[in-house]
Write a protein that binds this ligand. Structure first.
Ligand code: HOZ
Length: 451
């Protein structure tokens, strides 16, 4: 069934945007549709977007308003087609608008959109997650990754009876009060390492340590281990660009938390079902006590989940005293989409191929940059990747800050003009899908060679 939008000329406009609209019907077309929509959006939506990085502030220019997507492509309101390396910030690992995932959602919707009661498909998804992710024995669904990490923190504090959290600088765990201290992603993009609105009394319980810095961790750990509830980390960071954790650093976190009875939390919202079927913890062979998931496990619908050892998870209400809940948690449409996508991933196990394709892309870009004399480094694992305009691979947030902003901005804009959509901030990671075939990659590289 095709639902057609009314022609633009009949759309009802708010007063502040009506000037924009008049200019359009007057036939001058002095603005693109994206520009007009952005102007209109800013009247009723703060900054014109529902999540800050989308506003293109770090790179300048107008965010493109999207209308539809298919496979490796997204299409904007002006009819432009882009090869997409953001992929809804990760979930679309088998391409946009995957027919089987879409069918699973449509079919599930025939029977109802939400019940606020348990359903069998929630058990199936929980079983699948526990089978695949090494450290999971029990799992609880949420509606976003932010809720998942927030719940991990509460549970860690609840089971340990302690308050202090070690958070790693540049890691981003959603906009959770306790975790927005020197965080990555949008907060770094906008230079807001400590957001207003977080009570000092709460912030004082979060201590930050640089990524991959064993000495700094050990010093901090020694001074607070008796009060330590949890250490939380993205084992492969995807919110200060893409930086894999170093195995020695992750091992130290595991040993130290076990030694003092604190909870080790891996935020695998990005890396779960993105770098391998078992996530980063499978790649490193390190099992956290709790894991936060999101993105791919919802197939593109709003979703999150957290899970871990049975003895910790059973402390959650209703089996235990730590309260956590959600009206739309385990929503049937999100669960159906996620279960279907995970099933396709199990059948295809595309992670090696995704990594080879990402590497091919990045090597191609590097050759172009070498010819131009522009320092460029890159990295990739499974279907996630990143690049920096720098001489050396950054190891932590402080290194990322030093990478070249001007070169990033120029590359981003030129690529966008050529129909290649990379994340609009150097603090974000890139994503590739099974639909980014050899011919798509060759097309991208020929465009980049012409930049
Ligand atoms: N949290 C995402 C960045 N890591 C941004 C999500 C969005 O803007 O849609």
């Amino acid at each position: 069934l095709m639902i057609r939008r009314p022609p633009r000329s009949t759309l009802d406009r708010s007063s502040a945007a009506s000037d924009v609209y008049k200019r359009q019907v007057g036939g001058t077309w002095s603005m693109t549709q994206s520009e007009a929509l952005f102007e209109r959006a800013q009247t009723r939506i703060p900054g014109g977007v529902n999540s800050p990085v989308r506003a293109f502030k770090a790179v300048g220019g107008t965010p493109r308003f999207m209308e539809r997507s298919d496979g490796a492509y997204i299409f904007d309101a002006d009819g432009n087609k882009y090869i997409d390396y953001v992929l809804s910030w990760g979930p679309m690992i088998m391409g946009h608008n995957h027919p089987q995932v879409r069918d699973a959602v449509v079919q599930t919707a025939q029977d109802g959109l939400s019940f606020g009661c348990p359903t069998e498909i929630e058990i199936e998804l929980a079983e699948r997650l526990c089978d695949l992710v090494p450290s999971l024995e029990q799992v609880r669904m949420t509606s976003s990754g932010t809720e998942a990490t927030m719940s991990c923190i509460r549970l860690a504090r609840g089971v340990t009876g302690k308050d202090k959290i070690i958070n790693i600088t540049g890691c981003y765990h959603g906009h959770v009060d306790s975790l927005l201290i020197k965080a990555g992603s949008g907060v770094s993009t906008f230079g807001l390492p400590d957001s207003p609105g977080i009570p000092k009394d709460l912030a004082q319980h979060t201590v930050t340590v640089p990524f991959n810095d064993i000495d700094a961790f050990e010093n901090t750990y020694k001074s607070i281990k008796d009060d330590l509830a949890a250490v939380i980390i993205e084992p492969i960071a995807g919110n200060m660009g893409f930086i894999p954790g170093e195995i020695e650093f992750l091992k130290i976190l595991r040993e130290a938390t076990s030694a003092c009875g604190a909870v080790l939390i891996f935020d695998e919202v990005m890396t779960g079902f993105r770098v391998s079927l078992g996530g980063a913890q499978e790649i490193y062979g390190i099992q956290p006590d709790l894991t936060a998931l999101g993105k791919v496990i919802g197939g593109g619908l709003p979703v999150g989940a957290f899970g871990g050892k049975r003895e910790i998870m059973e402390q959650l209400a209703p089996s235990g005293p730590v309260y956590q809940a959600g009206t739309l948690s385990g929503n049937p449409l999100a669960v159906a989409a996620g279960t279907c996508l995970i099933q396709r991933l199990i059948e295809l196990n595309p992670f090696e191929e995704l990594e080879l394709n990402a590497k091919f892309l990045l090597n191609g870009i590097k050759e172009v940059m070498i010819q131009k004399g522009i320092p460029f480094v890159s990295n990739q694992i499974g279907g996630m990747f990143g690049f920096f305009f720098a001489e050396q691979q950054p190891r932590n947030f402080e290194d990322v800050v030093e990478t070249n902003d001007k070169n990033f901005e120029q590359f981003f804009k030129q690529s966008l003009d050529q129909g290649i959509y990379f994340a609009p901030s150097k603090f974000e990671a890139g994503f590739i899908s099974t639909k980014h075939s050899a011919s798509v990659l060759i097309n991208v590289l020929s465009k980049i060679q012409a930049l």
